[in-house]
Design a protein around this ligand. Structure first.
Ligand SMILES: [Zn+2]
Ligand SMILES: [Zn+2]
Length: 378
């Protein structure tokens, strides 16, 4: 009987353990395939800590980035806004960077120095990253602070240009001062996505002025709370198409505008990057011709695996129709979706063409992608 009790205890504790394991939240990393010629790096260049108006120590930002599978981050505390200064006087504005850099040692995560230049609109807020000495930006006037950042070799982008607190109609407006900053090469990028917001107008400004497209979390509390990662949410990120996974390559890619933004299951960027990125994300796993009573039918079943972390909503652009779908097909992230295509005659090869409805290349414009199908295996 005692022995039976032990066995019972073992069985109960085993199931309890399984139960507890099943309830442990799965940590969700962000991943996208590389594109021809470049590595796709997942980056967040706009984050706060207690060294300005954030609520956490810089080490937490490093842990969050590692949990989320990010390749590069920068911590960009406000230079001019220091609400915790009574508790944390913060005489050295490079300190949050140094703490984060030490925490990221030997993890593979790249950490870049940075600060948020915090002014009324115009020019509003801007982030300077790759900034060797943030202390030198303290106390300078609106133009001088940008000139000092440039002198230090920083990459500067305009933050949340559409933020309704500073731009009451919620629209990004390019003022004379912004035009001057762009003309002098003092601003090289622009957030088209900040936190939970996206701006069509900022995207247009980016395209018209050849500014690098940036998407940032601008996190102040915790990524998991703020973006509800337990329910499948994700922080906005900048995808950087870099030759190598190192600081120099990220800097080069930012200078040359090789980025895209992933925001709320939507990709935003230039055609030249979104098309290969989405095409590399979709892999044909199986092609099968369906059988009829008299032999082969002309219906072709195609299993498509989406190996990226973004869902794709595809709209059929060909004359073919589908046997088991309307003209809109959803490819869930990290899953295989099978569609049955009706080319109406036996074809050795054909091309499916889709408009990607949850990807944006310009205001109200969506990229077109091809999927080449071979019905005869070599
Ligand atoms: Zn800001
Ligand atoms: Zn900020």
């Amino acid at each position: 009987m005692k022995h039976f009790k032990n066995v019972l205890f073992f069985i109960v504790s085993f199931f309890l353990t399984v139960q507890v394991c099943a309830q442990t939240p799965v940590i969700k990393t962000i991943g996208f395939p590389d594109i021809p010629g470049y590595k796709t790096l997942v980056c967040d260049f706009h984050q706060h800590t207690v060294f300005s108006d954030g609520e956490v120590w810089p080490t937490i930002r490093v842990r969050e980035a590692l949990n989320g599978g990010l390749d590069a981050i920068s911590i960009t505390d406000h230079i001019e806004y220091q609400p915790h200064s009574e508790d944390i006087p913060h005489p050295d504005r490079n300190r949050p960077y140094h703490i984060a850099l030490e925490a990221a040692e030997n993890t593979g995560l790249l950490v870049f120095s940075g600060s948020e230049i915090t002014r009324d609109m115009p020019p509003g807020h801007a982030n300077a990253i790759f900034l060797p000495d943030a202390n030198k930006l303290v106390g300078l006037d609106s133009m001088e602070v940008f000139r000092e950042a440039k002198k230090q070799g920083a990459f500067v982008f305009w933050n949340h240009p559409h933020w309704y607190a500073q731009s009451p109609n919620g629209t990004a407006i390019l003022t004379r001062i912004h035009k001057q900053l762009i003309k002098e090469g003092l601003i090289k990028g622009i957030e088209i996505v900040n936190e939970h917001s996206y701006s069509d107008e900022a995207l247009k400004i980016a395209i018209d002025n050849k500014l690098t497209m940036i998407g940032s979390s601008d996190i102040h509390d915790l990524i998991d709370w703020h973006y509800n990662t337990a329910e499948g949410g994700h922080r906005p990120v900048t995808l950087v198409f870099a030759k190598e996974n190192n600081e120099e390559s990220v800097r080069e890619a930012l200078q040359l505008g090789r980025t895209a933004v992933w925001f709320d299951q939507t990709l935003i960027g230039k055609d030249e990057f979104l098309v290969p990125l989405i095409q590399q994300s979709i892999v044909i796993r199986k092609t099968q011709i369906m059988e009829s009573y008299t032999g082969k039918s002309t219906v072709v079943s195609i299993s498509l695996e989406n190996i990226s972390d973004s869902d794709y909503i595809l709209e059929n652009q060909t004359d073919f129709t589908f046997y088991d779908n309307t003209d809109v097909v959803m490819l869930k992230a990290n899953a295989v979706t099978t569609i049955q295509v009706k080319p109406l005659k036996a074809l050795k090869t054909f091309t499916l063409r889709f408009k990607v409805l949850n990807a944006v290349t310009a205001p109200k414009k969506h990229p077109l992608i091809n999927v080449n199908v071979y019905t005869v295996q070599n």
